[in-house]
Design a protein around this ligand. Structure first.
Ligand SMILES: Cc1cc2nc3c(=O)[nH]c(=O)nc-3n(C[C@H](O)[C@H](O)[C@H](O)COP(=O)(O)OP(=O)(O)OC[C@H]3O[C@@H](n4cnc5c(N)ncnc54)[C@H](O)[C@@H]3O)c2cc1C
Length: 478
């Protein structure tokens, strides 16, 4: 029998006693670590260092049984459960929770006939892409190869390559296994537990720990893609071209832009150092010749100082965005836009363009084109919200200076940015891009359509009435 939860003398955080530790060590095959243990820091690490997780205990799960035992233990002790696969989506402090680190669960099975991948909870895009690639197949993945494939998919899964032609990654999930708050392992499909099947695909970590997921793959081993990099002084002309250009694109072409202000530091490539850069991203699934013809107006809009748009293997897809690979401190926000009218673009350029006053500078302002299959209901309906009226996804981020008050300053700049863009906003947000700034109940609602949100609340009541899984953008049962 477990000893009752105790409190430390310093704060109200319950501590694990010797009996707890013995029980966990006996019932969990992977490591069980508390704050004083070596490796606790790496097991709990986040990518965005504005948040440092300090769970009561972290369980390095090696199997479904480890996950079940960890959840059952947390249930008996009334502890919240947090999930850490890669730390790329850490949004709420895990202090006082039992954390399940899924990174050891990295098995991948490819069925090249159906075709689909069956992946365990800890698989990252940079493991799944080559595994599928061996069969000439592509998995829907995000811009960063380091992101966890399950977390990415459960939050929607917006691909910079397949989104407009295939929809969200969540739209292609056929089945998953999940350990719910009662410790049960459930095999979930459209026919078995259909409400849970609908909710988890979009409702993310609110309903349990997905231990395994089966998702469709697509025959693709190459594409025509890359980046066009322009000096920031060309941003108004190039983006005006891009704005008109995106109105007539085939769904097989995905694109986005990023206005980047990188610091004047030696690790930044020279042409981008200390100045504004416009990075246009292109991913076209048709032939290189057709792709070159499609991209021609952008190339003609201004001289690019770097042009990497070319035939490429799908395995190199991460080079299109070139996302950061090292953890750092960043404050970010997001919004969905229903249009990018000339006025909207002018406003955006006044906030992030060459003439933006230095006190309002942000490190990055990204706009991804949505539409196509992202706007249509999927064949197997799911909870992914805000389809239909969102044509663009805006994401802004900045790195605060290490001086007191700079995080608050950036928050205020970003808040003003979103206020100024609000006339073109849908009022919604894309779940996977929501951050530590978007954790209020009102913000979480913005990720879902109103009816879908009420349905999610009902499903939460059924599967997690005590809100064990609340270390996330939380859908509350009450
Ligand atoms: C650099 C960067 C680039 C990105 N690019 C894209 C992109 O192109 N498209 C896009 O859609 N998103 C993108 N994202 C967002 C990313 O998909 C989400 O943050 C996602 O939640 C990360 O999942 P993770 O498992 O890697 O992170 P973690 O921090 O380990 O997990 C985040 C959350 O995901 C949920 N979760 C993870 N695993 C499980 C599981 N097994 N069962 C249940 N819930 C689970 C939990 O709620 C958990 O708290 C990007 C993020 C970063 C930092």
């Amino acid at each position: 029998m477990l000893a009752p939860v105790t409190s430390t003398s310093h704060n109200q955080t319950p501590a694990l006693d010797r009996a707890d530790r013995t029980w966990l060590d006996t019932h969990i095959d992977g490591p069980v670590l508390i704050p004083v243990d070596h490796d606790y820091a790496s097991e709990t690490a986040t990518f965005n260092l504005t948040l440092a997780h300090r769970p009561l205990v972290v369980v390095g799960a090696t199997s479904t049984a480890d996950v079940q035992n960890a959840v059952r233990f947390a249930g008996r002790r009334g502890l919240p459960v947090s999930i850490n696969a890669t730390g790329h989506g850490a949004v709420v402090s895990a202090t006082g929770s039992l954390m399940i680190n899924t990174s050891r669960m990295s098995d991948i099975k490819i069925n090249s006939v159906a075709p689909y991948a069956r992946i365990q909870a800890g698989v990252r895009a940079n493991q799944l892409i080559p595994a599928a690639g061996e069969h000439g197949l592509a998995a829907i993945s995000g811009s960063s190869p380091l992101v966890g494939s399950v977390g990415f998919t459960l939050g929607g899964g917006l691909s910079p390559v397949f989104g407009r032609s295939k929809g969200f990654a969540a739209d292609h999930v056929r089945a998953f296994k999940i350990v719910t708050a009662d410790g049960q392992l459930r095999h979930v499909t459209a026919d078995r537990e259909p409400e849970l099947f609908w909710a988890v695909r979009g409702g993310k970590g609110n309903f349990g720990v997905v231990t395994e997921l089966e998702s469709g793959l697509f025959p693709a081993s190459r594409l025509y893609g890359g980046g066009l990099y322009f000096g920031g002084e060309h941003a108004p002309a190039v983006l005006e071209t891009w704005r008109g250009w995106v109105e007539h694109l085939p769904e097989s072409l995905s694109t986005s832009f990023c206005l980047l202000r990188l610091p004047d530091l030696p690790f930044v490539p020279e042409p981008m150092r200390g100045r504004l850069t416009l990075h246009l991203r292109i991913a076209y699934l048709g032939s290189a010749d057709e792709g070159a013809a499609l991209v021609e107006p952008l190339r003609a809009a201004a001289p690019a100082f770097l042009d990497t748009v070319a035939e490429m293997p799908y395995a190199n897809v991460a080079s299109i965005h070139n996302d950061p690979t090292e953890p750092g401190v960043a404050v970010d926000r997001t919004a969905l836009l229903r249009e990018l009218s000339p006025q909207a673009l002018d406003t955006l350029l006044s906030l992030a363009g060459p003439d933006t006053p230095p006190e309002n500078h942000l490190m990055m302002t990204e706009v991804r084109l949505l539409g196509g299959a992202l706007s249509r209901p999927p064949a197997l309906p799911n909870a992914v919200g805000n389809r239909g009226d969102a044509e663009f996804c805006l994401f802004i981020a900045s790195i605060p200076a290490p001086v007191e008050g700079d995080i608050e300053r950036i928050r205020a700049v970003e808040e003003r940015f979103l206020d100024r863009m609000a006339p073109w906003g849908t009022g919604g947000m894309y779940a996977n891009f929501m951050s530590t700034e978007d954790t209020s109940a009102a913000s979480v609602r913005m990720a879902y359509d109103a009816v879908a949100y009420e349905r999610l609340v009902g499903i939460k009541k059924t599967y997690d009435p005590s809100n064990m899984f609340r270390i996330n953008h939380n859908i509350r049962a009450a």
